[in-house]
Design a protein around this ligand. Structure first.
Ligand code: NOJ
Ligand code: MG
Length: 557
């Protein structure tokens, strides 16, 4: 029997933008609970809910001020319990988000560290250092923040003088914790226990590759970006950077795994958000005594080219199998341009951090949606687990015309507007085509404006409509379950040429094939096979460009 998490499809809910119950324009936990039937009807196995904890919301809740409290904007602890109860009634697993690399600067620990001064035990739970140069006016090293600008900020000491510096790999309001400190380790085990005892089925672990830093915090300049192609991965290994993928993280995850295992069956799970390469390093996170899943971000980052995709899929599967794990496929989340926009860019162009009216590249929306549908049809055919980001099942594009004044991602400010940031993929969902806030909530208010094209893509416009993206996803998820695709044996089908991806899947009921055409001309489907689903209609019996299909293969007599 395959354990549930090895073949599960999990649906990512971004609470701010899923559904608003009280009309304040911000999604909330009662909003999620009220829409869980929709999630169940989609045919997924569970949900991952992005952070809903007490937070000043400088990074949309990834800046946690109290890991055991629900932020009032999202509801109450009782609302979290109600969400869990309803999800479990519907047979859905629930993963919550754990943010262990940093706290909010409003967390009690950081406030205590500021008040206690240099050399205090309170400061030892973070990375405080004296500055360099005259009067310590220069940061301790050249590390940069992922969001732009220096990775260090200087504090004013309790006596009013300019003082030490603290490390923050993300926003200034997200100080990095010092994971060498035993209190930090003990505290997070306790936070895990708190949510496990409330009944959660697991955790998605934020920047799981960042917790441990190289001793002495040695200096480092960011490596230039390099492409990922079938010809080879030219990117320098992540762990050469002293803040990423250090070996010390693994013992932390082993201790968490032991705790989760102590809760018995069915397993409670850990899923790593670790942007780590090459896959020979990424696979270490899913060794049998560590995490259960780790997002296959290489798949998300691979250009829409058959040879590149084939190579990455094969390489990932092979590497993970060597540690007894299955891949966790993903195409989209709240940090990247949505698939329907991203795949509308010229194949191989670097993945932009946001798209807007003045971007140098503009997606072709028709092409993007067509490829997004084919990409989902490919991904859901791959054995292993998969994550879907809310709204992908509607084929939503990014909001490409967001006015600058409404942008909220700290990336926008910290890069001095060089990068637009992630607001475009975080826009509130459309549920009803002709309702205020497109049915997101009972009022007109939405924390980010919705683009006009979302009306026609609303759930009520797609449900039951043949050919809609929503019905495509529902069909794929139904077939995936029926045929046990998530735990099927996959073999590559040859003879289709270089521009086609074709696999045979031996699952629970017979043999299936998935064929994806990325070439210019139509592809003949295997003789005697029955078409189960296609991402777009066949043309003259052939699979056209940028289309994927699942087929039931005729068995030899
Ligand atoms: C990854 C999260 O997905 C992202 O939204 C967040 O900004 C960073 N980690 C920092 O927590
Ligand atoms: Mg609300």
């Amino acid at each position: 029997m395959t354990p549930w998490w090895q073949e599960a499809v999990l649906y990512q809910i971004y609470p701010r933008s899923f559904a608003d119950s009280d009309g304040d324009g911000m999604g909330d936990l009662p909003g999620i609970t009220s829409r869980l039937d929709y999630v169940r009807d989609l045919g997924v196995d569970g949900i991952w809910v992005s952070p809903f904890y007490l937070s000043p919301m400088n990074d949309a809740g990834y800046d946690v001020a109290d890991y055991r409290r629900v932020d009032p904007v999202f509801g109450s602890t009782a609302d979290a319990d109600a969400l869990l109860r309803r999800a479990h009634e519907l047979g859905l697993k629930v993963l919550v988000d754990l943010v262990p690399n940093h706290t909010s600067s409003e967390h009690a620990w950081f406030q205590a560290a500021l008040a206690a001064g240099p050399g205090s035990p309170e400061r030892a739970r973070y990375h405080f250092r004296d500055g360099q140069g005259r009067g310590g006016a220069q940061p301790p090293n050249r590390w940069r923040s992922v969001f732009g600008g220096p990775g260090w900020t200087r504090v004013v000491e309790p006596d009013g003088t300019p003082g030490q510096w603290y490390l923050h790999l993300f926003d200034v309001t997200q100080p990095d914790l010092n994971w060498e400190h035993p209190q930090v380790r003990a505290e997070f085990l306790d936070i895990l226990r708190y949510w496990l005892d409330r009944g959660v089925d697991g955790f998605r672990v934020d920047v799981a590759h960042a917790l441990v830093k190289a001793p002495g915090l040695p200096d480092y300049d960011d490596a230039p970006a390099a492409p990922l192609t079938a010809a080879g991965d030219e990117r320098p290994p992540t762990h050469l950077a002293p803040m990423w993928d250090q070996d010390g993280v693994h013992e932390i995850y082993r201790s968490w795994r032991a705790l989760l295992d102590s809760y018995g069956e069915p397993a409670r799970i850990l899923c790593a958000e670790a942007w780590v390469h090459p896959v020979e390093r990424a696979m270490l996170y899913v060794r049998p005594d560590e995490m259960h899943q780790s997002f296959a971000f290489d798949f998300l980052d691979t250009p829409w080219r058959a040879a590149d995709l084939r190579e990455v899929i094969a390489h990932d599967r092979h590497a993970l199998a060597s540690v007894g794990a299955a891949p966790t496929w993903v195409l989209s989340n709240h940090d990247v341009v949505r698939t329907a926009s991203r795949l509308g860019l010229p194949a191989g162009s670097p993945r932009p951090n946001g798209l807007g009216p003045r971007s140098s590249v503009r997606p072709d929306p028709g092409l993007g949606l067509r490829r997004a549908r084919a990409a989902a049809t490919l991904m859901l055919a791959l054995p292993g687990a998969a994550y879907l980001y809310q709204g992908e099942e509607l084929g939503l594009p990014d909001h490409l015309e967001l006015p600058d004044e409404v942008r909220q991602d700290p990336v926008w400010v910290r890069t001095e507007h060089r990068e637009l940031g992630r607001d475009g993929c975080r826009v509130p969902l459309p549920w009803v085509g002709d309702a205020p806030s497109l049915g997101f909530g009972p009022s007109e208010r939405t924390w980010l404006p919705q683009p006009p094209e979302y009306a026609a893509l609303a759930v009520d416009q797609q449900v039951g409509r043949p050919g809609s993206t929503l019905e495509l996803y529902r069909r794929l998820l139904t077939l995936r379950r029926e045929h046990g695709v998530g735990s099927a044996a996959l073999t590559e089908l040859t003879g289709y040429g270089d521009e086609v991806i074709a696999y045979r899947l031996d699952g629970r009921s017979g043999a299936l094939a998935v064929v994806v055409n990325l070439g210019a001309s139509g592809v003949e489907l295997p003789g005697g096979s029955t078409l189960l689903v296609a991402s777009d209609p066949l043309v003259a019996g052939r699979l056209p460009t940028d289309t994927a299909a699942w087929l039931l293969l005729a068995e030899a007599p």
